[in-house]
Design a protein around this ligand. Structure first.
Ligand code: KIV
Ligand code: ZN
Length: 387
């Protein structure tokens, strides 16, 4: 089942993303973000952790009622109370999913003080319980990438036999590397009985800056669901960024022949909304959605861009919902960019006039980080006055 080329996008901005300290969103904001996710073609929206609070329960229930296309998922720990509460919230959805998890690595097993057999039994019982409520059950061994191989294999098999339909392999602390990420999924699919009956998912954190690479590697290994958040929002260094994996699969389809259902032209708008409502500004040089991701200042780059945009851009701004490339006027800009910019502003200058304005522009750019359109208009007017 996991070998088709369609990668499901599972967005957890409203659950793992919102767990980021300080990123709390209001009820209305969560509903708005869920609607945007649904409209952009996200396959599964993890809308919250229903047992965590009344507010989370209400948000998941309403998102479940409002969703038009996406499967709506809620998170539950490995106990009946969490799972029942989760089901209460998601069951209103056209397509509901229960996502239940337990930490399986030695460090995580020590917390509830369960030995391997006791934990295996808990996994069997809770997944069975979830599956009796809902036909769509996702199970995650938290900290999978630091779980002993034999034990991981054993518990994944138990979860599949108990009825899980998606097996998610979380790199909870962002510890894995791309080759390991691919190999782990590949081996699980090859060695766990029943693995070909379920979808394998990858859920990466970005502690070492490898979340996107690890997620894509997992897809190479056979995963067909990527868990991610808008802008990479999430605890510590965040989760895999949705916009990065989706655009990587689109731009490098030649070497990664997988498709998603995402309308990429909706990326920029949702990125801005998530930044605003979470209060987490996007860094300027963030891939895909940063302010500078499609901006060029240096003369060589601007000149190249004016001749052929593909010289320095591997995707078109319109592909992610941005109007156009921005040529930022600063001290590194050249004459060709200045001429193009002035033309946009309605000034078609003769060569000698352009030369004069260029000298004034360089002088100003040395004193000012960015020269705005109004500055350029003022320079042209000064020059006209001096002639
Ligand atoms: O990072 C993680 O392990 C999680 C699980 C709850 C899936 O977010
Ligand atoms: Zn996580």
């Amino acid at each position: 089942m996991s070998q088709d080329n369609r990668v499901r996008i599972f967005d957890t901005t409203l659950r793992d993303g919102e767990q980021s300290p300080g990123a709390t969103m209001t009820h209305a904001e969560k509903l708005e973000i869920a609607e945007l996710l649904d409209e952009m073609g996200v396959d599964i929206i993890e809308a919250g952790f229903p047992i965590a609070s009344e507010g989370d329960f209400r948000a998941v229930s309403e998102i479940a009622r409002q969703a038009k296309n996406a499967t709506i998922c809620g998170l539950a720990r490995a106990n009946f109370k969490d799972i029942d509460r989760c089901w209460e919230a998601v069951r209103h959805a056209r397509s509901p999913r229960i996502h239940t998890f337990i930490g399986t690595s030695p460090l995580h097993r020590a917390i509830p003080n369960l030995d391997q057999d006791q934990m295996a039994e808990r996994i069997h019982d809770t997944v069975t319980h979830a599956r009796n409520l809902c036909g769509n059950v996702q199970w995650s061994p938290m900290d999978a990438t630091r779980t002993e191989w034999d034990y991981l294999k054993r518990v994944v098999e138990i979860a599949i036999k108990a009825g899980a339909t998606t097996i998610n392999i979380p790199d909870t602390v962002g510890y894995t590397a791309p080759n390991e990420s691919a190999e782990l999924i590949r081996r699980l699919i090859a060695e766990v009985p029943g693995a070909d009956e379920v979808i394998f998912a990858t859920h990466c954190h970005n502690d070492l800056g490898m979340a996107t690479a690890n997620s894509l590697a997992a897809v190479e290994g056979g995963a067909r669901q990527i868990e991610c958040t808008i802008n990479g929002l999430g605890e510590r260094a965040g989760n895999t960024a949705l916009e990065e994996v989706v655009m990587a699969l689109k731009v490098r389809h030649d070497i990664m022949p997988f498709t998603t259902g995402i309308d990429t032209t909706k990326i920029m708008n949702i990125s801005r909304r998530v930044a605003t409502v979470s209060g987490f500004a996007v860094q300027f040089n963030k891939a895909i959605v940063g302010k500078n991701a499609f901006a060029h200042e240096s003369g060589i780059h601007q000149d190249g861009m004016l001749k052929n945009a593909e010289t320095f851009e591997i995707m078109r701004p319109a592909d992610v919902g941005l109007g156009e490339t921005s040529l930022v006027m600063g001290k590194h800009s050249g004459r060709a960019a200045l001429r193009a910019k002035l033309k946009d502003l309605g000034f078609d200058l003769a060569d000698n006039q352009l030369n004069d304005v260029f000298v004034r522009f360089k002088d100003l750019a040395d004193r000012k980080k960015e020269v705005y359109d109004e500055d350029l208009v003022a320079l042209v007017r000064q020059n006209e006055g001096a002639e």
